[in-house]
Design a protein around this ligand. Structure first.
Ligand code: FES
Length: 241
């Protein structure tokens, strides 16, 4: 740990004392202090809702790094915010599968409804809207995440109701996993301070492996010299209606 941690950081003395105690606990988890940088950045983010210049200084001093080295890490990862974030990050997956299943439409609807674009925050400080890359939840496309909790199979209407609930304080329940907490609270969890909520809510269902099943059926049909008659789940649903 650096000898320079008494240098003014912009945090008041009570906050600094508390952060230093938490930081010492984090650093102690690693054989090499600098390995603690990622959770330390979540820690300072949990204090201010973003990684401020003095948050960067705090981490740099603690780990004997330069501010430029720390800033290089902060700017590499999108989970670290460089300006005050909303209480809830609403991320709309617009990667390929979610996009074609309605993710693009959901993002456009929320953008109009909230009056903010990608990585922008509503005037009331409640919501930061983001495009998200694939969350490995393609079975449930299109997916929206709030502070990294899943809301599966969304529509423009359900996503609008979701953000309205966040803004009114009537917090919606994620489809699975833990209940919602604020961006600062979830940042503290990501810093490694367990909040006891990890086992809340239902887990994801089993993998459908639908693509693999279709492929095998087609291979079998090919071997038998016939056409596979398997319909897509959507076609089956439409046909049943
Ligand atoms: S493309 Fe959205 S979760 Fe995979």
């Amino acid at each position: 740990m650096s000898q320079h941690t008494s240098r003014p950081t912009g945090f008041d003395s009570a906050t600094l004392t508390r952060l230093q105690a938490d930081a010492a606990e984090i650093v102690a988890r690693y054989p090499q202090a600098r390995s603690a940088l990622l959770p330390l950045l979540h820690l300072v983010q949990s204090e201010e809702g973003y990684v401020s210049p003095h948050g960067i200084e705090f981490c740099a001093d603690l780990l004997d790094l330069t501010a430029a080295e720390v800033a290089g890490v902060v700017t590499f990862y999108t989970q670290y915010k460089r300006r005050p974030n909303g209480e809830y990050t609403v991320g709309v997956c617009t990667n390929t599968l979610c996009a074609i299943m309605g993710g693009d439409q959901i993002f456009a609807t929320l953008k109009d409804h909230l009056g903010v674009g990608h990585d922008e925050t509503t005037d009331d400080g409640t919501i930061t809207l983001e495009h998200l890359e694939c969350n490995a939840a393609c079975d449930y496309a299109p997916v929206v995440m709030v502070n990294w909790e899943f809301f599966d199979n969304q529509t423009p209407e359900s996503a609008t109701a979701l953000v309205d609930g966040l803004r009114s304080g009537d917090l919606p329940t994620p489809t699975r996993g833990a209940s919602l907490c604020t961006f600062k609270q979830v940042s503290r969890v990501l810093a490694g301070f367990y909040d006891g909520r990890a086992d809340e809510g239902p887990a994801a269902g089993p993998a459908t492996l639908a693509g693999l099943e279709i492929y095998r059926e087609q291979q079998e049909a090919e071997r038998e010299g016939r056409h596979s008659v398997r319909k897509s789940p959507t076609t089956e649903k439409d046909g049943d209606a």
